[in-house]
Design a protein around this ligand. Structure first.
Ligand code: SIN
Length: 333
C-alpha cells in the first residue's frame, strides 16, 4: 500500500479474476492461460495509478468469469455496496473476466445503492502477453472512476478506450481487444488522449432508482435460458419446468418469434406458473411487445439480450410474480 495523498480520490479496487489476472506459458500465447495473479500484482503493474488515486484493494475471489454463480454475484454485490457506503471511498473499480462481465455489470447496475462511480474492466489478452491490454484498461478504468462527472451514471465498463453503460454493453468478439459494444445505443464516452470524456447519460433506471437491492436477499430465483432454432423440440422446456425453474428466457428468432415447439413450451411453462420472457438470439435491436403477449402470459425483453434478460428476470421475480409489473421493469430498466 502507498502513503495516501490527501488531494487524490480514494478508489476501491475489487479484483475478481479473468484474463486480466491470468498468465500463459509464453508472451505470444493468447489462449490456454490460467488465473494466477492477485489483484495486488495487477495494480503494481501500473505504477502510474498512484498519481491518480489512493487505492484500497480487496479480492472477494479470483476466478474465470465462466465459473461465477448467483451466490458469488450476490456476495460481490453486497461487498461493493458496503465499500461504497464507506464515506472515505469515492469510487470503485472492479476487474473481471470478460466472458460474463456484462451479466455482473448489469446485476450491479440494478442493485447497488449508491451514486458513486463504479467502473468495471478486464482484458482480452493475459497479463503475460506481448501487448497485454489489461494494464491500460485498468489505468483507464481508474481515470474514469476518478473523473468528477462519472458519478450518477450507474455501473460503467471501460474497455479499449471506450466507456459503456452496463445496461447496453455486450461482448461481441471472442478474441479481439475491441470486444465490447453498446450496439444501437452507443457508448457513454471514451478516453480521449488520456482524458475521460462523457457523451451520453444512461436513460434506463439504475442503482438508487430501481426497486432492487441485495440487502436481505439470500438466493435468487432459478431462471433458465433456452435457445430457439429450426426443428426445435419442446423437451428443454419440459426439463426446465421439471427442474423447478421459476423463469424461462427464450433466445428467440428475429423479433422474439418462436418456433412451434418454443410456442408450445412457453405456453406450457406459463400454465405451470413459470414466468416467460421473449428475448432474441439476433444480437441487436428490440423485441417489441406483441398483441398476444398478455393473453399468453409472456413478457417482451426489449433490447436486453438473453443473458441480461435472465439477470433482470431473477431480480424481478425476487420482488413480484405479477406479469404487468415485471413487463414494467423490462420497459424501464
Ligand atoms: C473470463 O471471462 O474469465 C476469461 C476471459 C476473459 O477474461 O477475457
Amino acid at each position: 500500500m502507498h502513503t495516501p495523498k490527501p488531494k487524490l480520490p480514494t478508489i476501491a479496487l475489487i479484483g475478481t479474476g479473468g484474463t486480466i489476472a491470468s498468465t500463459a506459458s509464453d508472451p505470444t500465447a493468447m489462449t490456454d492461460y490460467a488465473v494466477t495473479e492477485p489483484v495486488s500484482a495487477i495494480l503494481d503493474a501500473v505504477p502510474e495509478i498512484t498519481g491518480l488515486a489512493n487505492v484500497q484493494y480487496c479480492q472477494p475471489f479470483n476466478v474465470d468469469s465462466r465459473c461465477l454463480d448467483n451466490k458469488m454475484v450476490l456476495k460481490l454485490a453486497r461487498r461493493v455496496d458496503r465499500i461504497l457506503a464507506d464515506p472515505s471511498v469515492d469510487a470503485a473499480v472492479i476487474t473481471h473476466g470478460t466472458d460474463t462481465l456484462e451479466e455482473t455489470a448489469y446485476f450491479l447496475n440494478l442493485t447497488l445503492k449508491s451514486r458513486k462511480a463504479v467502473v468495471m474492466t478486464g482484458a482480452m489478452r493475459p497479463a503475460s502477453a506481448r501487448s497485454a491490454d489489461g494494464p491500460l484498461n485498468l489505468y483507464h478504468a481508474m481515470l474514469v472512476a476518478a473523473a468528477p462527472d462519472a458519478a450518477g451514471r450507474g455501473v460503467m465498463v471501460a474497455m479499449n478506450e471506450s466507456v459503456h453503460a452496463a445496461r447496453h454493453v455486450c461482448k461481441t468478439h471472442t478474441s479481439n481487444v475491441q470486444a465490447f459494444s453498446s450496439q444501437q445505443h452507443g457508448c457513454l464516452g471514451g478516453i480521449v488522449n488520456g482524458v475521460p470524456r462523457f457523451f451520453n447519460t444512461p436513460a434506463s433506471s439504475h442503482t438508487l432508482a430501481t426497486d432492487f437491492t441485495v440487502s436481505g436477499l439470500k438466493t435468487l430465483p432459478w431462471v433458465d435460458i433456452i435457445y430457439d432454432h429450426q426443428s426445435a423440440g419442446p423437451h428443454l422446456f419440459e426439463a426446465s419446468i421439471a427442474a423447478g425453474a421459476q423463469g424461462i428466457v427464450l433466445a428467440g428468432t428475429g423479433n422474439g418469434s418462436m418456433s412451434p415447439a418454443a410456442e408450445k413450451g412457453m405456453r406450457l411453462a406459463a400454465r405451470k406458473g413459470v414466468t416467460c420472457v421473449r428475448s432474441t438470439r439476433v444480437g441487436d435491436g428490440h423485441v417489441t411487445a406483441s398483441a398476444t403477449d398478455a393473453r399468453q402470459g409472456l413478457i417482451s425483453a426489449g433490447s436486453l439480450n438473453p443473458q441480461k434478460a435472465r439477470i433482470l428476470l431473477m431480480l424481478a421475480l425476487s420482488v413480484t410474480r405479477d406479469r404487468e409489473r415485471i413487463q414494467g421493469y423490462f420497459d424501464r430498466c
